[in-house]
Design a binder for this molecule. Sequence first.
Ligand code: AMP
Length: 523
Amino acid sequence: MQTFVDFGLKPSILNALSELGYEEPTPVQEQAIPLLLEGHDVIAQAQTGTGKTAAFALPIIQKIQQQRVPQILILTPTRELAMQVAEAIFRYGKGSKVSVVPVYGGQPIFRQLRALEQGIQIVVGTPGRIMDHMRRGTLALDQIHTVVLDEADEMLDMGFIEDIEYILQQTPQERQTALFSATMPADVINLAHRYCQDPRRINIVSEQLTVPRTRQTYYEVLPRDKLDALTRILDAEMPTSAIIFCRTRSEADTLGESLQGRGYLAEVIHGDLAQTQRDRVMKRFRESQVELLVATDVAARGLDIPEVSHVINYDVPNDAESYVHRIGRTGRAGRTGEAITIITPRERRQMMQIERMSKARITRQRLPSLADVAARRREAFKDALRDVMAEDNLDPYILMVEEMGEEFDIVDLAAGAFKLLLNEAEEEDTITSVEGDGIGVEPGMTRLFLDVGRSNRVRPADIVGAIANEAGLPGRTIGSIDIYDRFAFVEVPAEYAQRVMRVLNGTTLRGKKVRVSIAKPKR
Ligand code: AMP
């Protein structure tokens, strides 16, 4: 396995990566970094989330020359991506003395002009704004030795082809060119071959991957609500043993501490721990003294991790393989498992890509409400109570009940005891709900209304299962599912809507007869 050190990157970069907690290169980094360092042109097919930004940013930072003139040009389809790429370079280049500026439409041009005048080495921007600066004479391209086209397919979709070609023609011929694209349609390949010299191809595309017996769901929350969302999910799901994956060591450490601080039995495991420490943590996890194992991918890979009831992705994994690998820790040997991913709105596209690549059905779920959590705790309390009743050493307590029974009605007395034990505080829900794409009906889909919901313990998998089995629809064709307390919505391809209604009407889900109708349009 390669490490960042093997690439011969300079110490300032290695430091920055270590501070960010990157443990090892991702596949696209493993392939692209050596080629780019050797000076080859590169055509790479890689999606967002694969670590492609660092794949081109690290060689750029490594090879930057001292002079304060524009040396590197990175073209992106959108201002958001331009900003993200500039931020990433800034982070990786901390300590390496690199100057980077994003230029994009929508920001007052004078600010960008000032930045450019100060001698910027790396310019990241949308083709339109780069052209503006070229026309104004505020961006000289004659010293550019490296050009990166990021998300080339998106740029072409947005009609930037002529601008891109014009810009490329104004840069020196002997430049190094790298093109990154999630897909490789003919026009992208054409562009690549016209402007790259003897390019090396890299293809980070996942194989077909499936994890059948695991229920896969995701929740979308704002970044600031992630920790609260995680603890809410843990409280509702009450996993007996769970692995929570984080992308970086530092994140794993922080999360582990936060969970411990909130009273969860959590321990962290990552590449920085000595072998003896890891062994100790794993022993405690196996013996159920620890319920939650917070891990990075690398740490988890080298370990013999026992079957867990839940795998939780605290961040979206880098790619579909890593997703499938992570969630393969649950649902083994015919048992069902839960795979839960927490995403932020920015990661929505990445989640969709993983769903597509892994050929899995990953259902968007609403975060459990405080009432859901309370209901779940009451159920667990009742179960525990049943266990206690089954034992017969209740005598001292019976005495207590008899004594207090003279003062109170027995039912009131039991209710009071439950209240005391359950200790339910009135809480205000502080998590902001994020409305997702699943809210509007997708074109070509029909939204159906089902009169069963969470209170009937119906889960997305039940609905998918019923539709797949009864109506013979492949699970993948079923659209978004939203489950509320007493009802649920599911989207199915319009042409099957009637058939699904016909066969589902009257069947039972979790022991309750279902009535299905076409959902009324949302206002
Ligand atoms: P990208 O595909 O460039 O958008 O990167 C996706 C995410 O992966 C970003 O949040 C990066 O910070 C993160 N990332 C990139 N490389 C690594 C790595 N080697 N280890 C851990 N995280 C990484």
